[in-house]
Design a protein around this ligand. Structure first.
Ligand SMILES: *[C@@H]1O[C@H](CO)[C@@H](O)[C@H](O)[C@H]1NC(C)=O
Ligand SMILES: *[C@@H]1O[C@H](CO)[C@@H](O)[C@H](O)[C@H]1NC(C)=O
Ligand SMILES: *[C@@H]1O[C@H](CO)[C@@H](O)[C@H](O)[C@H]1NC(C)=O
Length: 249
């Protein structure tokens, strides 16, 4: 069941990728006097997001990403399902027949970073993730071990609802191309593996960010909805007034 669910999420993401959610419309209501000077709002926010991601099951979700299912779909070249995403890669998927299994190991959430937009109305939270892949191929008996580092960027804005209450919302949740780094820990040296590795890396560069976004972004939306009311109020107040509160290091 889970696998099927994962694939549906995956395909849903494919469908929505070109049209990401837009930020809130302008006009955030009347300007209210700013309350007390914030203490470490940015630190409280990243702490709350980190804890929320971990207690929300991020690491388990990462371990269970349906990567093998996607690989198998690619193997069969099943219709447009993966084709849409992989685009011009589809003609190079023959390497997949040499992949027997992929296991995701030791996912880690690294330290979150936060930046504020120059106009002060938005926060960009950098979410760095690290995981290992054990790839079993039909080419050699030893496992091919890869380390994957990937950053997701969450954009947070404040919105006021009809009742005048402020909320923090995830106005965007993206992965910037180039924000993935795949390194080989173990298992190269033999030529057939090297050729396979190039193609596998291209494949993972496309597929992994989509899968990771699919688990990180919904978790973040949910965490923001359930964040401590005082923290939400204090941060939203700064954002609505465009006040810089994130100390640049
Ligand atoms: C892929 O094709 C094989 C037969 O070639 C079939 O047994 C398998 O069920 C197919 N898998 C998917 C995911 O379509
Ligand atoms: C890897 O991709 C290249 C094209 O970039 C292709 O020529 C080659 O056959 C592929 N290797 C395998 C093992 O599929
Ligand atoms: C992820 O973000 C951190 C902190 O900004 C940066 O040092 C690292 O190089 C980034 N990693 C990737 C793979 O882009």
């Amino acid at each position: 069941m889970f696998r099927i669910g994962g694939l549906i999420v995956f395909c849903g993401l494919l469908a929505q990728t070109p049209a990401q959610q837009q930020g809130p419309p302008g006009g955030l209501g009347p300007v209210l006097p700013s309350v007390s000077k914030p203490t470490d709002l940015a630190g409280s926010l990243t702490g709350a997001l980190s804890n929320g991601l971990l207690s929300g099951g991020l690491l388990g979700n990462l371990r269970n990403l349906p990567l093998l299912d996607i690989l198998n779909l690619g193997k069969n070249n099943s219709g447009g399902l993966v084709g849409g995403l992989l685009g011009r890669l589809t003609s190079q998927l023959s390497f997949l027949k040499n992949i027997i299994d992929v296991q995701i190991r030791s996912p880690h959430l690294l330290e979150l970073g936060v930046m504020q937009s120059p106009d002060g109305h938005r926060l960009y939270v950098n979410i760095p993730l690290d995981l290992d892949l054990d790839v079993k191929t039909s080419l050699v008996t030893s496992l091919l071990k890869l380390d994957v580092k990937l950053n997701i960027t969450a954009e947070i804005t404040a919105v006021r609802n009809e009742n005048g209450r402020v909320h923090l919302v995830l106005s965007d949740c993206t992965y910037a191309p180039g924000n993935i780094k795949i390194t080989v820990l173990d298992g190269v040296g033999l030529l057939p593996v090297q050729i396979l590795l190039d193609n596998l890396t291209k494949f993972l560069n496309i597929v992994l960010p989509v899968l990771v976004q699919g688990t990180v972004c919904p978790l973040l939306s949910n965490i923001l909805r359930n964040l401590d009311v005082t923290l939400v109020h204090d941060i939203a107040d700064q954002l609505i007034h465009g006040l810089q509160f994130v100390i640049k290091v």
